[in-house]
Design a protein around this ligand. Sequence first.
Ligand code: NAD
Length: 284
Amino acid sequence: MFKLIDGKAHSARLRGEIRARAEKFSEACGRQIGLAVVLVGNNPASQVYVRNKIKACEEAGIKSFANYLPDDATQSQVEELVTSLVEDSKVDGILVQLPLPKHLDEKAILDLIPVEKDVDGFSEQNIGRLCMNRDCLVACTPNGVMQMLKAEGIDLKGKNAVVIGRSNIVGKPMAMLLLNADATVTVCHSKTENLKEICRNADILVAAIGRAKFVTADMVKQGAVVIDVGINRNAEGKLCGDVDFDAVKEKCSYITPVPGGVGPMTITMLLYNTVCAAERSCKL
Ligand code: NAD
């Protein structure tokens, strides 16, 4: 019998803790914690993400500073805006919503965000620190997965963990976090040979690919923990993950659903990182 990992419940519990820390910060530092969000252009998915982040901030007692630039904003306009946020002492965290319009140099813009305000955990310094298992701001989605594994009491030490996907924002930091937690980690990607056999050996299987029903039951070991990071639309337009949930769940000890699994934790970990960044800057 499998156990469903309820991302909404884990998220609600953590958001309660975050709200309490945000209140404590306001009392101690005489101002609210601040998160600045930068959205360039009118990508509909990005607009929804930004709206959800702003709403989550309000509910957590974090002040959001929303900054919108038009689709044809120039590199220097975006850089000037980000620089002003870097210099603003009311801003504890800066988030530049990706993807940016194609004509902009994404790396140059992200590189302006100093490590202490990099609440997405995407900077080279934060990723380097993560690799060295040092204190850092960790990318929100993989950090959310770790929080759920920990809260469920899932033992990672010495276990075979397989991560499918090697992106800088999910797959790689996920692999590092599992390695730092003493798992034996294999990272698979689009060029991996014998993918099925590798996955069948996994005690913990994390799917971060972006293809519906990619992970089938014959890829999963009996009793495995399966974490589905994917967000896809199936033929009927319904939200689904990378895992063939109905078939795979019967083999699992734990599994995350989509929606309601990893997704809700991502914004929660953004709030968490913002609180951590603020507390560090205020030396709480
Ligand atoms: P990405 O496109 O950057 O990376 C996908 C990875 O999958 C690549 O590393 C690629 O090598 C691998 N891959 C592709 N085809 C493969 C194959 N046939 N066999 C093995 N590996 C293969 O995507 P990403 O940004 O890492 O996101 C992955 C998924 O997670 C997407 O569905 C995305 O929407 C979702 N996502 C969810 C959240 C969340 O909050 N739940 C956050 C970020 C991303």
